[in-house]
Every structure is written in C-alpha cells, then in structure tokens.
Design a protein around this ligand. Structure first.
Ligand SMILES: Cc1cc2nc3c(=O)[nH]c(=O)nc-3n(C[C@H](O)[C@H](O)[C@H](O)COP(=O)(O)OP(=O)(O)OC[C@H]3O[C@@H](n4cnc5c(N)ncnc54)[C@H](O)[C@@H]3O)c2cc1C
Length: 73
C-alpha cells in the first residue's frame, strides 16, 4: 500500500514540528512529519528554551527577530 503526501518533513524537533503546524494552518492538506526516534528527541528536548538574539547566521538572526514580533519574549 502506498500513501501520497503534499509535504514530507523529516525530523520532529521544533523546526519540523513548527513547519508542519504552519503548513496545516495555511491549508496544506496532507503533511507527513517523519521522526526516527521520538518527537523532541534531538536538540529540542535538551533546550533551555532561552530566546536569545545573538546568532552568527543571517537566517537564524532573522528567525530570532521575527519571534519577538510574535510576542515570544
Ligand atoms: C543542551 C542544549 C541546550 C540548548 N538551549 C537552547 C536555548 O536555550 N535556546 C535556544 O534557542 N536554543 C537552544 N539549544 C539549541 C536548540 O535546542 C536547537 O537549535 C533546536 O532544538 C534545533 O531544532 P531542530 O528541530 O532544528 O533539530 P532537532 O531538535 O535536533 O530535531 C531534529 C529531529 O530530526 C530527527 N531526525 C534526524 N534525522 C532523521 C532521519 N533521517 N529520519 C527521521 N528523523 C530524523 C531527530 O531524531 C530529531 O528528533 C540548545 C541545545 C542543546 C543541545
């Protein structure tokens, strides 16, 4: 038996889980979030959950800045 998905995301850490949530919220019907172990079994489960603002890559800096605009302070 084969199944078809619109999007397949590998890894149920914060990045993959957030991406899946936002895609569903925007109307993507069939999203598969594939995890080899357990959700948050990677770095996400070890995080101290501090929202810092100092990053060495432009992408991470933009994500941190955008999180402030969403009220995650
Ligand atoms: C001790 C510690 C403390 C931290 N504290 C902070 C903090 O205070 N603030 C902060 O902003 N950041 C912190 N971080 C960093 C933060 O946790 C990570 O940047 C973030 O969790 C990464 O999320 P991710 O979803 O990209 O990756 P991950 O959480 O690592 O998720 C990746 C997932 O993909 C799965 N996976 C990998 N390969 C496959 C495969 N082939 N098939 C299926 N599944 C697969 C893994 O099992 C894992 O569950 C900390 C990290 C550590 C280790």
């Amino acid at each position: 038996m084969s199944e078809r998905f619109d999007v397949v995301i590998v890894g149920a850490g914060i990045s993959g889980s957030s991406l899946a949530w936002h895609l569903k919220k925007r109307g993507v019907k069939r999203v598969l979030l594939a995890e080899r172990d357990r959700p948050a079994s990677g770095g996400t489960g070890k995080s101290a959950a501090i929202v810092r603002q100092h990053y060495s890559t432009p992408l991470m800096a933009r994500m941190a800045r955008a999180s402030l605009d969403r009220g995650f302070k």
